[in-house]
Ligand binder design. Structure first.
Ligand code: BDP
Length: 582
């Protein structure tokens, strides 16, 4: 169910109305059995939670934090008379699977926690006062993306003791993420109603070609009733710089390029009968040439981070004030980019990156893939890759697609699994951006997938998980790995390297978990990377401390942030600031 492929970001303008349903909703935790009755009529003794946000951290209640299975949301609403319009209900993201009911009737279902879905609402479905119910399932397993473990074992545990018979212990069913971030759940991004005229613009695809000082701009639109739409291109100040229609490319003379750190956005105003949509876009080129990554024909060096959508109380729920702050902190550091590890981020964040000139590597939610899941998730992986590219194709900030994070690419099936996805991403993307898979294999010489990508992207933890506390060994191992990857003649980027540092823990001799060690660790790895011309970037893991599953390796989450979870700089931040501002 749902509308399918077309997914313009909701917009309020003189032909479209926009109504947000964000706020306090009624809520109840369920269990593993889906209980439809909690979608049909008001929940008795409902709890109150805020939408959009994860439900896990909104209450001082262990049941919310560790919930496993279904949870139920409800809100009541009334709408003004819009009977002449086409009405659509849109969810930015519900994690991970959901069913949506309106006035006791199921109207949508969706699987996948990080991309939008929408459904058309009929006037006959509406009453004076309406009940909207959303049932959300947070279970993950070897067939889902991201991947969960089916077996009852803690993330970093070694053997599996026989709990039932030896230890006389029955373990409650739980989510065991095969990934290192908290399995936050709920309605994570905004819920909207929007209207369009019946004859409307369904989708817009913009591609640009730079010819010297000018650019040719093709605006393609999917239109509900065929024909062509008028196009007007406005500069940053709203001045018209080109007019035409969707049948032929338009020309911008003396074009302003979208540059990293110096964004310039144009607006394509598309008018189709009584409908109108303003799509922002940037003019820039992206290309891999030899061992260089070129933006607008110039070598680009990625300085930045792997991040998470993660904050106090909101969990993985959209937090736009924090997004603004994060990009500001990145600029303060002299960083220019980040990866949406390990799932597609909100459209609001990508819009902000477009405006702020921050470069983005966009990643699918394929994290935790191992040989147990290859056979099971391929179709889901294809779908989520296409959906992500369809949603995000027009963002100038996005310069590369990442198919997955740290799949088991030593496995002999990995190459055959990933190459069709690599081809698919290239075919699907109207801008044909470079494509990568982010790898981390101890036996990297067995990996045939990474070298087959446009950019070799590797995560490396020498000096932490391997040779922990021994930066001398780390330096040698990193050098050996770089010598190996040099032979492919492709750009190489370190997409993760990092060390946990407990904020406030200081040592005169840098030892693990101290702020000093984190800084020395980064310096050490950088000293190796700096020797190689084919290195096109360094993304430190992580921008900020973030929440994970509990375990012996995690003291209140992952502390590899160069900022704390509340965005206070550690020593390493000052080091990077000096390095990146040079
Ligand atoms: C990497 C993963 C990342 C983890 C990180 C770590 O890609 O998600 O958070 O390790 O352990 O392997 O800190």
């Amino acid at each position: 169910m749902g509308l399918g492929d077309f997914m313009l970001f909701p917009q309020l303008n003189n032909s479209r109305l926009l109504i947000k349903l964000d706020g306090i909703w009624d809520f109840a935790l369920g269990n593993e059995e889906f209980d439809e009755s909690l979608c049909l009529s008001p929940i008795e003794n409902a709890e109150k939670v805020y939408v959009p946000a994860s439900y896990n951290e909104q209450k001082a209640d262990e049941r919310f934090y560790n919930h496993y299975g279904w949870a139920y949301y409800q809100t009541a609403f009334s709408l003004p008379d819009i009977s002449e319009k086409r009405l659509v209900l849109r969810f930015g993201a519900v994690t991970h699977a959901c069913r949506v009911y309106l006035n006791g009737k199921q109207i949508a279902a969706h699987i996948g926690g990080f991309l939008p879905f929408e459904t058309k609402i009929l006037q006959s479905d509406l009453k004076a006062v309406n009940l909207l119910a959303v049932a959300v399932d947070n279970r993950i397993n070897t067939s889902t993306l991201p991947v969960g473990n089916d077996i009852k074992r803690a993330m970093f545990g070694s053997g599996l003791p026989d709990f039932e018979s030896v230890h006389k212990t029955e373990i409650k069913p739980k989510n065991y993420p095969n990934f290192d971030f908290f399995n936050y759940s709920g309605i994570h991004r905004s819920v909207w109603f929007y209207t369009t005229p019946i004859e409307h613009i369904k989708d817009i695809t913009i591609t640009t070609d730079i010819n010297g000082k000018n650019a040719s701009v093709s605006v393609n639109a999917a239109l509900s009733h065929g024909g062509a739409a008028d196009v007007e291109i406005l500069d940053r100040y709203g001045k018209t710089v080109a007019t035409g229609n969707t049948d032929a490319p338009l020309n911008i003379s003396d074009v302003h390029l979208w540059q990293p750190g110096a964004a310039y956005l144009y607006t394509a105003k598309i008018t189709y009968k009584n409908d109108c949509y303003c799509q922002k876009f940037g003019v820039r080129s992206v290309e891999v040439k030899g061992s260089k990554f070129l933006i607008n024909g110039k070598p680009f060096y990625f300085k930045g981070f792997g991040k998470h959508e993660d904050s106090d109380f909101y969990g993985r729920g959209i937090n736009q004030a924090q997004n603004v702050k994060d990009l500001s902190l990145m600029k303060w550091l002299g960083a220019n980019s980040f990866r949406t590890s390990h799932y597609p981020y909100s459209e609001e964040m990508l819009n902000l990156c477009d405006e702020e000139g921050i470069v983005v590597i966009a990643e699918t939610p394929a994290v935790g893939l191992n040989k147990n899941s290859y056979g099971k998730v391929f179709e889901t992986h294809k779908k989520v890759l296409c959906d992500m590219i369809d949603r995000d194709k027009n963002h100038p900030s996005i310069v590369m697609w990442s198919l997955a994070n740290e799949p088991d690419t030593e496995d002999e099936n990995a190459h055959d699994y990933f190459m069709p996805l690599y081809d698919l991403a290239h075919e699907r993307d109207p801008q044909n951006r470079p494509v990568t898979t982010v790898v981390c294999n101890n036996n990297y010489t067995a990996d045939r997938t990474a070298p087959a990508m446009d950019v070799i992207c590797a995560n490396r933890y020498y000096g932490w998980y391997i040779f922990g506390g021994d930066l001398d060994a780390a330096q040698q191992a990193m050098t050996a790995e770089m010598e190996y990857f040099k032979q492919f003649g492709k750009p190489f980027m370190i997409t993760e390297y990092g060390a946990d540092a407990i904020s406030g823990l200081h040592q005169s001799v840098p030892t693990m978990f101290s702020e000093e060690y984190q800084k020395e660790y980064l310096k050490c790895i950088n000293s190796v990377l700096d020797k190689y011309d084919f290195v096109v970037g360094e993304h430190v893991w992580n921008f900020a401390d973030f929440q994970t599953i509990q375990g012996t390796m995690r003291a209140d989450g992952n502390k590899k942030g160069v900022f704390t979870r509340d965005r206070k700089p550690k020593l390493a931040a000052h080091y990077l600031r000096e390095r990146w501002n040079k």
